[in-house]
Ligand binder design. Structure first.
Ligand code: PLP
Length: 426
């Protein structure tokens, strides 16, 4: 049976052939990368810098040195949350109240660092802004209302939900929070941190127009690079308010014990994952070559086809697949291709298992590391009033899926639901 990969929100598959070619070439020809002044080291430095430049171009950042590499999105988010906290504590003193704002659709990679800070610092607090359960959208004025002037150091917003696929309106959130200093309008106000894990590589993202100060990204999802890549884009100037969270060797200024202050070394101690970065660079080149608008158009066409086949109504109930309900909005102009469904009687894991074993459709079931998003949006009671297994089954699109693939996935969901209903009625 042919398998069809619908788990691109976890990590994208397949990768463009150029990604694999570049990684193979790198292993064969640049075996001694990173530090030193010999030819393979110089070549590695050029390739890593090229990747920075490509990502800077994609997000509209003037300085490639402000693209900082780490392990993944979580690593970038940890640096942002803990680095801003550390700098604020250092600058304002131990007893100053510090505060962050986050939304109910954040991933655990934002929620857990915030929770960890609160657990060890009684003078740190954070506020969770609710989302509209029917659309999955945050109201920008709610975000602004949660800000505590003089205390709030960070506003964290998940751009595209990894549960509903719904895109938050970053321009409107930035505008609503402008008076608190986001996007450089003040030197000591709040900083805007955007989790672009599900949006970068899928939709246009501009750090300048949306007043974004810090943007955490995965290399291995929409940017089509290998796992173990990702990082943080830093608006020039924000580094003054972002301390390091680890120090070490940088290959320069080795005579001093103080970690270098210049970027990107400030946030990149130790040898890079240059093998991964070289692959990532080709993934980003693939996106720049095609153009982000063309990639988004393809995804919108697939979304429309998929939704047409399942026919969700305004509440998400799918007319074509009895018992199935889509979480969040179906408006394709305000979402990416991430769809989570609940079934009235079947557990998400059961649906995912049938999708794989009977139809070759690979998905992900569960809470998707976003418990608050599920709590805010999901309906936990089945049609018969019984409690349901929490979470949902998620199908997520990528640029290599075709209209035939989405037709197959929609038909598989319809078939599972119709068969379940016939069995229940028999
Ligand atoms: C919205 C969101 N944020 C953060 C992450 C964490 O990404 P990573 O695995 O790159 O650390 C994910 C992963 O699925 C995500 O969907």
């Amino acid at each position: 049976m042919k398998t069809r990969y619908f788990d691109n929100a976890a990590t994208s598959f397949p990768k463009p052939p150029a990604v694999l070619d570049a990684m193979t070439r790198y292993m064969l020809e640049c075996g001694a990368p990173s530090r030193g002044s010999h030819a393979p080291a110089r070549e590695a430095a050029v390739l890593v810098r090229r990747c920075r430049q490509r990502i800077a171009t994609l997000v509209g950042l003037s300085s490639p040195d402000h693209v900082v590499f780490g392990l993944n999105t979580s690593d970038g988010l940890n640096l942002a949350v803990k680095g801003v906290y550390a700098a604020s504590r250092r600058q304002r003193g131990a007893s100053a109240p510090l505060h962050a704002v986050a939304t109910a659709i954040e991933h655990n990679s934002v929620l857990r660092p915030l929770h960890a800070l609160r657990a060890c610092d009684p003078n740190f607090a954070f506020t969770i802004v609710p989302v509209d359960p029917s659309t999955g959208l945050v109201d920008p004025s709610d975000v602004a209302a949660a800000v505590r002037p003089g205390e709030t150091i960070l506003i964290c917003v998940n751009h595209a939900s990894n549960v509903t696929g719904v895109l938050q309106d970053m321009d409107a959130i930035g505008a609503a929070c402008d008076r608190f200093g986001v996007g450089g309008s003040s030197d000591d106000g709040a900083l805007m941190l955007v989790d672009a894990a599900q949006s970068l590589g899928h939709v246009p993202v501009s750090m300048t127009s949306a007043r974004i100060d810090l943007l955490a990204f995965p290399g291995h999802k929409g940017l089509l690079g290998p796992t173990g890549t990702g990082g943080l884009c830093i608006r020039p100037g924000v580094e003054r308010r972002l301390d390091t969270v680890r120090e070490g060797g940088t290959g320069n200024l080795s005579e001093q014990l103080k970690h270098p202050a210049a970027l990107p070394e400030k946030y990149e101690p130790g040898s890079h994952n240059s093998l991964g970065i070289v692959g990532l660079s080709e993934g980003v080149a693939w996106i720049l070559d095609r153009g982000i608008d063309a990639i988004q158009d393809h995804e919108i066409a697939l979304m429309e086809r998929f939704l047409h086949a399942l026919a969700p109504d305004a509440t998400g109930r799918c007319d074509a697949a009895p018992g199935l309900r889509l979480l969040g909005s179906a408006d394709v102009s305000r979402r990416v291709g991430v769809f989570t469904f609940q079934h009235d009687e079947l557990a998400p894991q059961e649906v995912a298992a049938i999708l794989e074993s009977s139809f070759g459709v690979l998905t992900r079931a569960g809470l998707h590391c976003a418990p608050l998003a599920h709590e805010a949006i999901a309906r936990d009671i089945g049609a018969d009033g019984s409690a349901r297994t929490p979470g949902g089954v998620r199908l997520s699109l990528g640029p290599f899926l075709t209209s035939g693939d989405v037709d197959h996935a929609a038909a598989a969901l319809r078939s599972i639901c119709l068969e379940h209903r016939s069995a229940a009625l028999a």
